[in-house]
Design a protein around this ligand. Sequence first.
Ligand SMILES: [Zn+2]
Length: 102
Amino acid sequence: MGRRRKRRKAVVKKVVKVPTVFECPRCASRTLSITLKKKDENRAYAIIACGTCGLLDDEDFTDIPAIYQAVDVYAKFIDLYNSGRAKIKSISESGAGIGQST
Ligand SMILES: [Zn+2]
């Protein structure tokens, strides 16, 4: 006959919104947005863009399973980024910037 401990039930069932904004590996701002677009029932693609430093990656995730969520893409992107294999471009890359001519 033990005492019954009342277990606190955490019944707060909020609909958890999956974040689509992450920390940018390049500038460390929390402005890295991941946009997922479905191509068809099974395949999708993702565009990764940072609003602060202009990082853009729209080539590495052009064919991903449609069940992928932004967090999955983000994890893979970080892997790629850290291994130096991510095909990163810059949004503001329009001629100016790197390689100034004297
Ligand atoms: Zn950034």
